[in-house]
Structures are given as structure tokens and as C-alpha cells.
Design a protein around this ligand. Sequence first.
Ligand SMILES: Cc1cc2nc3c(=O)[nH]c(=O)nc-3n(C[C@H](O)[C@H](O)[C@H](O)COP(=O)(O)OP(=O)(O)OC[C@H]3O[C@@H](n4cnc5c(N)ncnc54)[C@H](O)[C@@H]3O)c2cc1C
Length: 475
Amino acid sequence: MGGARRAGAAPSGSSHAVVIGASMAGLLAARVLADHFRRVTVVERDRLPDQAAPRKGVPQSRHIHVLLVAGRTILQDLFPALGGELEDAGVRPIDAGQDFEWLTPAGWSPRFQADLGVLTCSRDLLDQAVRRQVETLAGVEILQETEVTGLLLDAARTTLTGVEVRRRAAAADGEAGHADPEAKRLAADLVVDAAGRTSKTPTWLEQLGFPVPEETVVSASLGYASRLYRRPAAGAQPWDCVYLQAAPPHRTRAAVIFPIEGERWIVTLGGGGGDYPPTDEAGFEAFMHSLASPIVHEALSGAEPLSPIYGYRATENRWRHYERLSRLSEGLLVLGDAACTFNPVYGQGMTTAARGALALAECLREQRRRRPDGDLTGLARRFQRSLAKVNEAPWLMATSEDVRYRTVEGTPPGRITRWMHWYLDRVTAASTHDIALRRVLLQVLHMTRPPSALFRPGNARRALLRKRPTGAPGV
Ligand SMILES: Cc1cc2nc3c(=O)[nH]c(=O)nc-3n(C[C@H](O)[C@H](O)[C@H](O)COP(=O)(O)OP(=O)(O)OC[C@H]3O[C@@H](n4cnc5c(N)ncnc54)[C@H](O)[C@@H]3O)c2cc1C
């Protein structure tokens, strides 16, 4: 994928694509579509803030959002000016090995230079920076305060011809906006649903007489509670980030202190298996006190809170299997959380959305090779199958960990999963001493290497023989 398309370089080919939702998946899809469509309209229900600020449609931005290294690389490739923009806003990368104080289920991780740079910014800032990049693309328009309320079909009832939209009157802070009673039609050659986990496409398809995708749901009943704090002066702590990882089924509680712009910390407490962290002051404090290490509580004692405590519980893994549908509407694609959401604790959502955008780019190029006339027949099926492949590895990583919780909703772990738990426990234990193995584990967690890297003979030997220590510097 090349860099951002310069203004004025309108591509030939199909004419108008509509994207539902201007969050991460929708913005990245718009970037890719801009290379193939003369016009791209991103329709967003919310009013988009001028500043890096939370908004109703992305309530998860109140909680920690780590962009994995693989996702960072894709974003940088799609938007070459993004890194500079974030840097100007004060964002610096920290190293996933050296700068993290990380309690794994098997003990503290060694600190070492892993060469995996993690951006220290809020989700709101990242969204704003990506949005600004998209706004510079020729032919792309973001239609704010406009809700997509339905899909439109051609007379043969096989192909989408656009969407039905309603303007939403601006809402006062904290109040719901109200929709314009008059719906309008927005014609499109392609509609991309990136409306997130509350996507209405299954309902709309049913109303139009199309089959509805099957869903696979695996829920670890995880809850988050998050709060912003003023960050003490640099160097006050011998780390940049703390992560106390849960160790299900016995240790259900987790916590992160993560630096973000504006000299702030975002602190997220997590509890799996229904052990939800409270959102009242006393409960939040008590939960913090109960963690596997006092490091979080100690770091925050005396720190100034800068926000209320926000809770979040819609964290299940949910895969809507569009790739399995016997009949798909031509001209409709579904990606991002609208197609597949993951337990957020593994931080895979934005990176998987980015990989989905790359899959879309590849499918569009292939479509153009097959149909230079701009006909989009067959694109929907090919894309949903290609996206399913993208979703496979993160799905496996998230769900196979989540089934460790005794209360998990979904299929109980089979023999292969139990064997994987046994093996990964050995990897984790060995990687508290073995830097080479820890590096591979971090690369897998940051999606720069596939999970199969952990099973390569050399790494399996390190995991199973548990040599200690490796004597590399920095341990
Ligand atoms: C608590 C939590 C923490 C997370 N932490 C991480 C993390 O650390 N790292 C990571 O990579 N990912 C994380 N994720 C996942 C990440 O937030 C999502 O994967 C990411 O936002 C991509 O989602 P999306 O763009 O598909 O949908 P969303 O972000 O949900 O956005 C959907 C957009 O569509 C709009 N919309 C919805 N319906 C309509 C409509 N009918 N018409 C017009 N607009 C509409 C909404 O207003 C919104 O803007 C986390 C998720 C949660 C819940």
C-alpha cells in the first residue's frame, strides 16, 4: 500500500462508496476506498469533536487503548504524515520490553529493549489524528450527525444501491440527539458497514429477505473501570507503564497504568469472570488494593484524579460470520467490530481493523484486475472470506485465553485448547527468565509475528527446557 493519496489525484473506476461509521475501521476503509472510488462518503451519527475528546459513538475511548505495533506500522504506511502529527501532539513511543513493569501469570517480565514501540496516546487523540489525515484525501467527505437507518436494494433485490440516512439534530452534552423525521436516500455503488458492535446490518438484511449471519460468542464476562490521573514528573517512577495481568481462572483482576498526552495517566482496572471493578470511589480504591501487587495502589496514592470513573462491560468476543452466508447482497461489505469484536484486554481491535482495511485494498485491486469496467459483482463474497482469514488468529488468541475463566459463555475448552494452555503456561513461565523467548511472545502479542512462532522448534525447546537465565543485558 502506498502513502496517502494527494489531493487532486482522483482515481478512475467505480464512482461512489459509502462508509457507515467514522471510527477507526471506517476511517481506514475510507483511506483504502479513496484509491478506487471517485467519491467516498463516510456517514457518522455523532458530531465529531474538533479536539481529541470522547464522543457517544465510541464510549470505549474512556478506557485504555493500546495500538499494537503491527497496527502502528499499517497506520504509518497508510498515512505517512500521521507519526509527525502525533509527535507534534507530544506522543512518544515507549518500548514494550524496557518501559513496561509487567506482572505475567508466572511472575514479573524481564525489562529489556524489545524494539517494539508503543504510542503513548489516548484513543481520542489517535482518532482525531487519523480523521485529520482522512479529511485531506481528495474525494472523501465525512457527513457528521447523520445516521444510516437502512439499506436500499435494486429492483432485482440482489444488489445494494445505497443507504437511507437521517440527519440528527445536535444534542446538548450528555443528551440524546433527535433524528430528522425525513429520511433521505444516498446512492452508492458500494456500502461498507463499519458501525461497530452495534451494527444494524443483520437486522436490515433480515428485513430485506436476506439470510442473517450466524454468530459465535465467547464471553469472559470482563468489566473495565477507568480513570484519568495527573502524571507525576518524568522519572518519578522507574517505569513508564505498569501492567498487572490477570491469571484466570484463579486471578481474575488486572490493572494498567498507561501514560497519555497532556502528562496524564489512564488507569484501567479489569475484572474477568464477572468480577467487575466498581465505579464508585471506595469500590475502585478497594479493588486497586486487592490486586496481585501493591505497585498500582502505591503509584496512585497521592496522584490527582482528573476524571470520573467510567465503567464498561460489553467486552465479549462476537464473530458475525458473513463469510458463511449462502446469499450475500452485492455491494455490501462489513468490517471492523461490526464483523468481529474481541475481548479488548488483548488490544487487538484497531490492529485487526487495520488488517481488514489492507484486505479490502487487496480485494479491490483484484476486482479491478478481474473487472476493469468497474463492476463489483463477486467483491462482497471475496472480501468477507478474506476478512475471515484476517480475524482467525486474533480470534484464536483471544478466545482460547478467555475460556480459562470458569464462567465463560461459549464452547468449553476441548483437548487441543487445554494442551495449548499447558504449552503457553510454559512459554510464559520460561519467558520470565528467557529474554529471547519473551521477545517472541511480545512480538506475537503485538501481532508482528503469527502465534505459530511460539511453536517453532527453537522456541518450544526454550519453553520446555526452561533454561534460566539467558544473561542478556538489562535483566
Ligand atoms: C473497553 C474497550 C477497550 C478497548 N481497547 C482496545 C485496545 O487497547 N486496543 C485496540 O486495538 N482496540 C481496543 N478496543 C477495540 C477498539 O475500540 C475497536 O476495535 C475499534 O474502535 C474499531 O472499531 P470500529 O471502528 O469497527 O467500531 P467503533 O469504534 O465502535 O465505531 C463505530 C462508529 O460507527 C458509528 N455508527 C454506529 N452506527 C451508525 C449508524 N447507523 N450511522 C452512522 N454512524 C454509525 C458510531 O458513532 C462510531 O463512530 C477496545 C474496545 C473496548 C470496548
